[in-house]
Design a protein around this ligand. Structure first.
Ligand code: NAP
Length: 463
């Protein structure tokens, strides 16, 4: 075996190990107990993939690669340190970078090969730059909306879906034309430009609230465009990694849409979030019962079974460590405390699991919605901490509600419901929650962290 074939062999083996690690990473990340292994496997896989690529014979000069590595690290380190609540927009930015890279590589490859590009290669190249281009600008829009640099509300105008449809159609027509006439070089930038514009127009009519689902879908597009790039560059590793990314993003978007009882078309074209303010504004005054931390502590300590339902408010208030103190306090008194996790509680998939794991709440105390729902009628207290929509009984019994049909945690079936939130503001869906007006519901008004702290203090622990 000569030196070239030898190093090629090493590269292939390194890529194979990296591919296996990527697959294991996804598998392990599906459970909290193995998630850390999953992160490690993904990181080692990525280091191997980069190392293998750097061994390539085609590389004549490492200078530019080194500069890019330093630049990437300078951008990447602060991105890795963002607050947990900013992870969705951080993820969107990563997709934008990846998609920009795919689009640039695709463009370079086209001009290197043109005018004699084989039809299959041209089709794959077109798919690469169309998906890459729309993912780049779409992800930037999504990140901007989530970071509130751009307006969160859906920006809509008449005939919007038709315009988007025509634009996408134009990009596809250009792609087909280029497959038949790859020498028509001047059409290529036009196709990329249309994809870039399409990305902006696709995302602006979607409300900030739907962004996590959109980001997960854009993740899927980024994966597919990377897989297409794998065909162009003849890299099996890229094809595998892109396909994993593409399919996992799609599966996640489906899970999120299902948990919100929304169809993809509704997320993408429904301009959800527009009607919300109207619905929230039209409420007539109804009375609620509120209680103090002292009363809440007394009720909790008299209970046998307590189910804590965390939501977005717990995340914003960063109350998870106080919740852990509450868990310790109550458990010490012999109260059975469990946590009910709704699949879309918070603002990103697994949001509550991550926060509760950070506070070292034992995994076996975290219950999925399906596991816990049957237990609410035998639960003495359902303690809702900063959750709203995921507990809204209107989803079960009000056919006119925008969230009708969304699976919810049946907290209203518990003997007593206590809800910690700052006021009567609606949650993400922007709608009122009839749970708050039930006789068995007590509102505990305040910031999640300080209210839980006060309860812990009343129970005789904490600071
Ligand atoms: P939610 O319905 O958005 O409600 C959160 C509640 O927390 C608000 O009503 C707010 O009321 C309260 N809150 C805010 N800051 C607080 C603080 N510092 N202390 C105490 N309370 C605070 O949250 P959720 O029940 O977790 O539901 C999640 C929603 O996000 C669902 O509608 C879901 O469809 C959507 N969503 C989730 C994902 C995901 O992947 N998880 C993705 C997309 C969409 P006050 O202002 O009165 O305090």
């Amino acid at each position: 075996m000569n030196e070239f074939a030898g190093s090629q062999y090493v590269i292939e083996i390194v890529y194979l190990i990296a591919s296996v690690l990527f697959i294991l990473s996804l598998k392990w990340m599906s459970s909290p107990t193995t998630a850390r292994h999953g992160v490690w496997a993904g990181e080692i896989g990525m280091v191997l993939a980069i190392a293998g690529t750097l061994l390539h014979h085609g590389i004549v000069d490492y200078k530019w690669i080194l500069i890019s590595l330093v630049l990437g690290t300078i951008i990447g380190v602060p991105l890795g340190r963002v607050q947990m609540t900013a992870v969705p927009q951080r993820t969107a930015l990563s997709h934008a970078f990846g998609a920009l890279c795919v689009t640039l590589v695709g463009t370079a490859e086209f001009y290197l090969r043109s005018p004699s590009v084989a039809p299959f290669m041209m089709a794959v190249l077109s798919m690469e730059v169309i998906l890459g281009g729309l993912t780049f600008t779409g992800s930037l829009m999504a990140a901007g909306k989530l970071q509130e640099i751009l307006p969160q509300r859906p920006l809509t105008y008449k005939g919007q879906n038709l315009v988007n449809f025509l634009l996408m159609g134009a990009a596809v027509v250009l792609a087909v034309w280029l497959v038949l006439h790859p020498e028509a070089k001047q059409l290529f930038p036009l196709m990329v430009l249309i994809a870039l514009i399409f990305g902006v127009l696709l995302v602006i009519p979607i409300g900030g609230a739907d962004m996590p689902t959109v980001i997960s879908l854009l993740n899927s597009y980024a994966g597919l465009s990377a897989a297409a790039m794998g065909f162009v560059l003849n890299s099996k590793l890229l094809i595998i990694a892109g396909a994993l990314d593409g399919s996992s993003g799609l599966i996640l978007s489906i899970i999120m849409s299902k948990a919100m009882n929304r169809s993809f078309t509704n997320v993408l074209f429904g301009a959800f979030g527009q009607v919300q303010t109207v619905a929230a504004g039209g409420q007539e005054a109804k009375s609620v019962r509120s209680a103090t931390a002292e009363e809440a502590a007394a009720i909790l300590s008299a209970a046998n079974k307590v189910v804590v339902v965390p939501g977005y408010g717990m995340a914003v208030a960063q109350a998870q460590h106080k919740v852990r103190e509450l868990y310790d306090s109550l458990t010490k008194r012999g109260v059975d405390v469990r946590f009910a996790i709704h699949p879309v509680a918070g603002r990103m998939p697994g949001h509550m699991n991550v926060l509760l794991a950070e506070a070292d709440i034992p995994y076996d105390r975290l219950m999925d919605m399906e596991e816990i729902n049957g237990d609410f009628p035998q639960t003495d207290v359902a303690l809702v901490i900063g959750a709203n929509d995921v507990t809204n009984p209107a989803a079960r019994n009000d056919a006119s509600s925008p969230i009708y049909g969304m699976p919810i945690l049946d907290v209203d079936k518990a003997r007593t419901v206590m809800v910690i939130k700052r006021g009567m503001s609606p949650g993400f869906a922007g709608i009122d929650n009839p749970l708050y007006y039930l006789d068995r519901t007590l509102m505990l008004f305040g910031d999640a962290k300080s209210f839980v702290n006060n309860i812990v203090r009343e129970l005789g622990g904490g600071h």
